[in-house]
Design a protein around this ligand. Structure first.
Ligand code: DX5
Ligand code: ZN
Length: 230
């Protein structure tokens, strides 16, 4: 674990928002204190579900701003295969960070470079049964590691505990690299387990159903931050 307290970030996933009121939901989680907006892109091919594409990202982008005028980064999680064309389209649509699953790209290094060439930060996503080996050859090039603590495709699933061991391993790799890389965890994060995930080494937390499933989004995020301080 690092000696200094990490800067924690909470990234609400719009997957659990009311899609009939998507813009209002976005504004409500930003008003409630969202650090990033997590945007789950599913293609009904790599995962058995279908969500939203670059046009929706582009429509939401102008609203990703706090009351003080600061921008809220859009954290695009691509669950699509192939990767490159959609990654480019999301970069053009205003994404700030774009992550993809290495299994879904024929040429992982090339996909990372293509995302960075568009001016976005690049991340790699690891499913519950995917080892971290690809980091041997990519950690010097990426900005984000996203550990899945559920199988991708749906919100509201239960946290898979073995993800904690993987988060610990990813944290060790980040420290060995000496680079500034965010370590994000996605799936089943709640007020009552976020601290365990942080203690394993995560600094960024995706939460969908935990936030959008409650009426007061700020209250949930405040409770998560309080758990991170204890
Ligand atoms: C799952 C998505 C997650 C999802 C998490 O494929 O990547 O981002 O929204 O939802 P919860 O927080 O409900 O597990
Ligand atoms: Zn996600």
């Amino acid at each position: 674990m690092p000696n200094t307290t990490p800067t924690y970030r909470i990234a609400p996933s719009l997957l659990s928002a009311d899609f009939a009121r998507l813009g209002d939901e976005l504004k409500a989680v930003i008003a409630g204190g969202a650090d990033w907006i997590h945007f789950d892109v599913m293609d009904n091919h790599y995962v058995p579900n279908l969500t939203f594409g670059p046009m929706v990202c582009q429509a939401l982008k102008p609203h990703c701003v706090r009351a003080d005028g600061s921008a809220v980064p859009i954290d695009v999680h691509l669950m699509v295969q192939p990767v490159d064309a959609l990654a480019a389209a999301f970069a053009d649509a205003g994404a700030d960070l774009i992550s993809f699953h290495p299994e879904a790209s024929g040429h992982v290094h090339r996909s990372v470079q293509a995302i960075k060439a568009k001016g976005c930060k690049a991340g790699l996503v690891f499913n519950p049964a995917t080892p971290l080996d690809v980091l041997d050859w990519t950690i010097d090039d990426i900005d984000l590691i996203l550990i899945m603590s559920v199988n991708p495709g749906f919100g509201g699933q239960s946290f898979i505990d073995s993800a904690l061991r993987k988060v610990e391993q990813a944290r060790k790799r980040i420290e060995a690299s000496g680079r500034d890389i965010r370590l994000e965890v996605d799936g089943g994060i709640k007020i009552d387990n976020i601290r365990r995930v942080a203690d394993a080494g995560a600094d960024t937390f995706v939460a969908g159903s935990a936030i959008f499933g409650k009426p007061d989004y700020r209250a949930v995020m405040d409770a998560m931050r309080a758990a991170l301080k204890d």
